[in-house]
Write a protein that binds this ligand. Structure first.
Ligand SMILES: [Zn+2]
Length: 256
């Protein structure tokens, strides 16, 4: 690896990110609908025609098609290239110049986070395959984490889940409304398994602040009488907080 020029390695990482991003688009669309992730191949959701392989190339395919299906001309959502671009960029910035399990953990968390954010936006759910599956992978690979120790990650994972579970129960008892969904709570367990207590803390604080600001803004736009009743998916904000911790270790600045 060290014998290869850095720009070459960076290019490979970005291409790898684009391919994974392309796969995430399939996952985001099909997983919540309980469709197979492998079969059938990519096809236009409007006319069902299969997408030719060269149009399936991440980003380039979208540009070649100028954002429209080659067969029926229906617009391809700009989110497809966005997810590919976002995955590639985050894979690049999350690259620690080694190819080991610690690196795999980082890329796995980035990919899962992107999928969780967009599925929650669309369907208001976080599938168990991602939250529980991701939690399990986080714990199984915790030993090789480069930032936090194994014991710390196990504790943070159980602590994060337990804290949010208790919080959700109390909130529901007091207000009679569901504040945090089960998916969010399981996802906190996964965040703890990957990013430790720092990750739990950052996700909690950043998602509360940004979520509140966005919630009020949407409430105002929709002209809701009771702004507190504006309902927004919480998952994307948890992902935002977790990513900020992953890339900037904000919890360290606060001496957490
Ligand atoms: Zn079409």
């Amino acid at each position: 690896m060290t014998l290869l020029p850095p720009f070459f390695i960076s290019t490979i990482v970005i291409l790898f990110g684009l391919v994974i991003g392309s796969f995430l688009n399939v996952l985001i669309y099909r997983l919540p609908l309980d469709l197979s992730i492998v079969k059938p191949g990519s096809h236009c959701p409007a006319c069902s025609n299969p997408v030719r392989w060269y149009y399936n190339i991440p980003l380039l395919g979208y540009l070649m098609l100028r954002g429209k299906c080659a067969e029926c001309g229906v617009k391809i959502h700009w989110r497809y290239p966005l997810v590919e671009f976002l995955t590639a960029i985050l894979f690049y910035f999350g690259f620690k110049h080694s190819l080991d399990i610690a690196q795999f953990r980082i890329w796995f968390f980035i990919a899962s986070g992107i999928a969780i954010a967009f599925i929650d936006l669309d369907h208001r759910i976080i599938p168990d395959e991602l939250s529980l599956g991701g939690w399990a992978i986080g714990l199984l690979t915790a030993y090789w984490d480069y930032r936090n120790g194994f014991g710390h990650l196990i504790l943070a994972s159980l602590g994060g889940f337990g804290f949010f579970f208790a919080f959700a129960m109390i909130y529901e008892k007091i207000t009679g409304r569901v504040g945090l969904g089960g998916g969010d709570i399981k996802f906190m367990g996964m965040i703890g398994a990957f990013l430790g207590f720092g990750g739990i803390w950052s996700s909690l604080v950043i998602s509360s602040i940004v979520g509140a600001v966005v919630g009020v803004a949407i409430g105002k736009i929709q002209k809701n009488e009771n702004i507190l009743k504006t309902s927004i998916p919480y998952g994307p904000f948890l992902v935002l907080g977790a990513f900020v911790e992953l890339f900037f270790e904000v919890s360290k600045w606060m001496n957490i």
